[in-house]
Write a protein that binds this ligand. Structure first.
Ligand SMILES: Cc1cc2nc3c(=O)[nH]c(=O)nc-3n(C[C@H](O)[C@H](O)[C@H](O)COP(=O)(O)O)c2cc1C
Length: 114
């Protein structure tokens, strides 16, 4: 997370690939995603804590934005692992949050490889 949103390099990448005829197309019924039958795992790192029970939850523009973009292009099966807080809680909290995120990633991988 950079300034409550995604880093500019990732935004640039999305601007390159999310274009009509690449990842979606316009039809008489409206825009239709072309990235079908896919699932996506998004792993994000945040300095602060924006989890559901945090007072800063509404400031998380990363997950809602990425959900909007990827659902728009047809990927509805989205899983998020948000490692947080990695700065605000100090190194011990960061280490425990990274260990938890890795465990979540391993659980998703095991589920997907079944
Ligand atoms: C330019 C910049 C802006 C940042 N803005 C935020 C922010 O708005 N909220 C937050 O929680 N952390 C913010 N951070 C901290 C990073 O999200 C955090 O350190 C994260 O762990 C970095 O992950 P990385 O080392 O994989 O890039 C910012 C970091 C940078 C460099």
């Amino acid at each position: 997370m950079w300034n409550f949103g995604i880093p500019y390099a990732l935004k640039h990448y999305l601007d390159v690939i999310v274009q009509p005829k690449y990842l979606f197309r316009y039809t008489a019924q409206g825009p239709v995603g072309l990235a079908l039958n896919k699932r996506m795992l998004v792993v994000s790192a945040r300095g602060g804590d924006y989890s559901a029970d945090s007072p800063y939850h509404a400031c998380d523009f990363v997950e809602p934005y990425l959900r909007t973009v990827f659902e728009f292009v047809g990927i509805s099966d989205l899983t998020f692992i948000n490692a947080q807080p990695l700065d605000a809680g100090g190194p011990q909290v960061a280490e425990s949050k990274l260990i938890a995120a890795e465990a979540q990633a391993r659980a998703v991988a095991a589920q997907w490889c079944d």
